[in-house]
Ligand binder design. Structure first.
Ligand code: BGC
Length: 769
């Protein structure tokens, strides 16, 4: 391994020494008060800069010198990215052979602080007695004994907390990741003797660290919360929430000492899987049943952090708790990244070909081959609203090993874990797969050049040599294989082959003679409203989530069938008297007067806001699946057997009933939604507006556009087509007079269908006790 110099070769921030000194002096308060709890903000990242570890930056510049070429430019482009400073053993506080100590970094942070802009200092507290009880690669030097506990408190936590509390550091916002992997091991690995032995020290140690850091006044503690592929199963998620809650409430300051949780620390679970949703694969078979997901409904960190947060809030955590996600190595870019969902009809093949997570198994944690740098640190990312994301952060400094891949002596207590050995496979933790770990890895925490080169090459979003992140400008490929599957006198059905795209195709548009005539999310569509015995030129385009549209497919000329009525060219008269009957939140009953025609009216087409929504022979129809409190415009045309169509009737505007309902039982529902990408989170508050307790309730609503509920918390959902029925969890079944229960869900929409801001709430039924 190449050695690293103690001093950064280059200053991490581009500022003059004079300015830096002035800033450093300016923040030293004249009085010796520490920051008080009153100074705390909810999300410490908002409006703040973040500390750049010049020691890591120097390692990146060294790596770039070794790599050369375009890769070197890409490395230099991320060299000034904020990464966390790990206090990974007691000697790290003063500084050791691995790098300078905490004070060096804190002083450097003061130098980096610009004027009155707050500076976040990302720190990792990682030294519990019996550390890494279920693995060997990051075992520490503090034993799981009463003496070890004492050492942890007095020689480690107290020393760090006291230093952070020194007045000159009062204005720093120290964001502390608390003890990666420790409490999650208490949830899933308690059959392991080492974890049983460590358990009391982990719980006491975490509570102690939370308290002491809170007292320092300027620390925001985020407890490590594993990742989706570890605690994502419902049992583990429930166990995890309970474990976190119990430890927090055992501390002196409880939730006051907790800003939130950090997931995916040093792991590579993606934020989400762009080509997979946790829905039916075939009727009755779920995507999560695949070998890769092993029934775990959480495919990514967005889902997991939302679920964990909601579970904690249900246990009593304050709504303000936020989530951080370590995105330093969950990018999964590079040539092997899928660009579209698989078309396989075999579930495992479908999942394996669609997932961006290229690991052999989700349990593979050590230097996984194929991973890349993920999202750059981002403040309050506009994603997964249920998660209340405070930031994407780089906790694990990219380029530092997870563990050695063959026996190596070291004086840090770190063992050779076969999970880091590429020649090793195992049933229990890897489902019989090989580890997929990179060969030639040094001891955990040491620089691993080959891994860093891979991480930069496989970054997603890709790293531009000039440091910018390109917006998605790549359009999908043009659809091919367009063919006619059926024709009538007035319609043409088509199918085609799927397009591909770097981030995924979200839908297709069929154009007839150059005009959009139908849209589809699958690879088939029917165009209606055509004239008999007519040639049309049909093309298909594909689009992605960013709105990039492909070139048109090769044009296909199709001819509609001949009209059955021979010479009939006379269209029916325009329908009149269009009126609305019953209007609910989700439906509108329409009727109109019959048209007349020389050969007889064959039917009527009803258009809502220009889209065909019904084709009927009667002079009435009920349009369903509408959104509450929304205004729609309807028209009706009449057609005859020859396909002659009348002009449209005069439009009728109708507004559906409002979203809030007060049915007889006295339940009132409040609903709101937030959307991102192809997902959205719906949040409900169900209030008992009566004088009597509610004992059991049911809420039904209808999606307008094919949206699906993927995952619900604090309640259960069943969905049949667009109709969703929500029933309470055991604890949320009864609602006191005036009381309310909250629940929510993550849903998917296709990119054409937007996330519904509101639903057609068909009703809420409550049982009054
Ligand atoms: C190692 C630590 C190191 C950290 C960050 C952990 O796996 O055990 O020594 O500081 O990773 O690289």
């Amino acid at each position: 391994m190449r050695s690293r110099s103690w001093r950064p070769r280059r200053a991490a921030t581009v500022r003059s020494l004079a300015l830096a000194t002035a800033a450093a002096l300016a923040v030293v308060p004249l009085t010796t008060t520490t920051a008080s709890a009153a100074d705390r903000v909810e999300n410490p990242f908002v409006g703040a800069d973040q500390y750049v570890n010049s020691f890591w930056s120097a390692a990146v510049h060294d790596a770039a010198d070794v790599a050369g070429g375009e890769l070197a430019d890409q490395m230099r482009a991320v060299a000034d990215t904020p990464t966390a400073v790990w206090m990974d053993r007691t000697t790290a506080i003063a500084g050791n052979e691995d790098g300078p100590g905490l004070r060096f970094h804190l002083d450097a942070a003061l130098e980096q602080q610009q004027g009155s802009t707050p500076l976040v200092f990302n720190l990792v507290i990682y030294n519990l007695p019996g550390r890494d009880c279920f693995a060997l690669a990051s075992q520490g030097l503090v034993p799981a004994t009463p003496e070890g506990m004492e050492h942890y408190k007095t020689e480690y936590v107290d020393v760090i907390a006291d230093m952070l509390a020194e007045p000159q550091y009062a204005d720093l916002r120290v964001v502390a990741t608390i003890e990666p992997d420790s409490l999650p091991n208490m949830v899933t690995n308690m059959s392991h003797q080492e974890c049983q032995q460590s358990a009391p020290y982990y719980r006491e140690g975490v509570a102690y660290a939370l308290d002491r850091l809170y007292e320092a006044g300027n620390v925001y503690s985020y407890i490590d919360a594993a990742h989706a592929g570890w605690l994502g199963w419902p049992d583990n998620a429930a166990g995890g929430a309970n474990e976190f809650h119990d430890v927090i409430t055992s501390s002196t300051y409880g939730y006051d000492g907790v800003a939130g949780f950090v997931s995916n620390t040093s792991n590579s679970t993606p934020l989400s899987e762009p080509f997979l949703t946790n829905t039916d694969f075939t009727p009755g078979t779920f995507v999560r049943q695949s070998e890769f997901y092993e029934w775990n409904p959480n495919f990514g960190e967005h889902d997991w952090t939302a679920e964990l947060r909601s579970r904690l809030i249900a246990l009593g955590a304050p709504e303000r708790i936020g989530m951080l996600i370590d995105t330093s190595r969950n990018g999964w870019g590079g040539p092997d990244r899928p660009t579209a969902p698989s078309t396989s009809t075999n579930l495992n093949t479908f999942v394996d070909e669609s997932r961006i997570d290229r690991r052999n198994h989700r349990g593979a944690w050590c230097n996984p081959d194929g991973q890349g740098i993920g999202e750059r640190p981002t403040v309050a990312p506009d994603a997964s609203p249920g998660s209340n994301l405070h930031a994407y952060v780089w906790v694990k400094p990219p380029g530092e090993s997870d563990g050695h891949s063959q026996e190596l002596d070291n004086d840090q207590g770190k063992g050779f874990d076969r999970m880091c050995d590429p020649t090793y496979s195992e049933q229990d933790r890897l489902g019989g797969n090989f580890t997929g770990a990179l060969p030639g890895a040094p001891v955990a925490g040491q620089w691993f050049q080959a891994q860093f080169e891979m991480l930069v090459a496989n970054a997603y979003p890709a790293i531009d040599a000039d440091g910018t992140v390109d917006p998605d400008t790549e359009a999908p490929t043009a659809p091919t294989g367009v063919e006619v599957t059926a024709t009538t006198a007035t319609s043409v059905s088509l199918s085609w082959d799927a397009s591909s795209d770097d981030v995924g195709v979200t839908g297709y548009t069929v154009l007839v003679d150059g005009e959009p005539a139908a849209t589809a999310t699958s690879t088939s569509a029917t165009v209606t409203g055509l004239s008999p015995d007519t040639n049309y030129e049909v093309t298909v385009t594909a689009r992605d989530a960013a709105g990039n549209v492909s070139a048109a497919s090769a044009a296909l000329t199709v001819t509609t069938d001949e009209a059955t009525g021979g010479e009939d060219t006379e269209a029916p008269t325009v329908p009149t008297g269009l009126t609305a009957g019953a209007v609910t939140q989700s439906s509108v009953a329409l009727s109109w007067s019959a048209s007349s025609d020389d050969t007889g009216v064959a039917g009527y087409r009803v258009h809502r806001d220009g889209d065909l929504v019904a084709d009927v022979t009667a002079t009435s129809v009920t349009d369903t699946g509408l959104t509450a409190g929304t205004t729609y415009s309807y028209t009706v045309t009449a057609y005859d057997a020859a396909g002659n169509s009348s002009a449209a009737s005069a439009p009728l505007t109708v507004t559906t009933e409002d979203g809030d309902v007060t049915p007889g039982g006295g339940c009132v529902v409040d609903y709101s939604a937030n959307s991102w990408g192809n997902g959205f989170t719906g949040s409900f508050v169900l209030t008992n507006d009566s004088d009597t307790a509610v004992d059991g309730w049911e809420l039904t609503f209808t999606f307008a556009d094919g949206q699906t509920v993927d995952q619900i918390w604090s309640a259960s959902a069943s969905q049949a087509g667009p109709a969703v029925t929500i029933t309470p969890a055991a604890w949320s079944s009864t609602i006191a007079p005036g009381g309310s229960v909250s629940f929510g869900f993550n849903g998917s929409h296709s990119g054409i269908n937007t996330a519904p801001d509101d639903f057609a709430l068909d009703g809420v039924t409550c049982d009054i006790a």
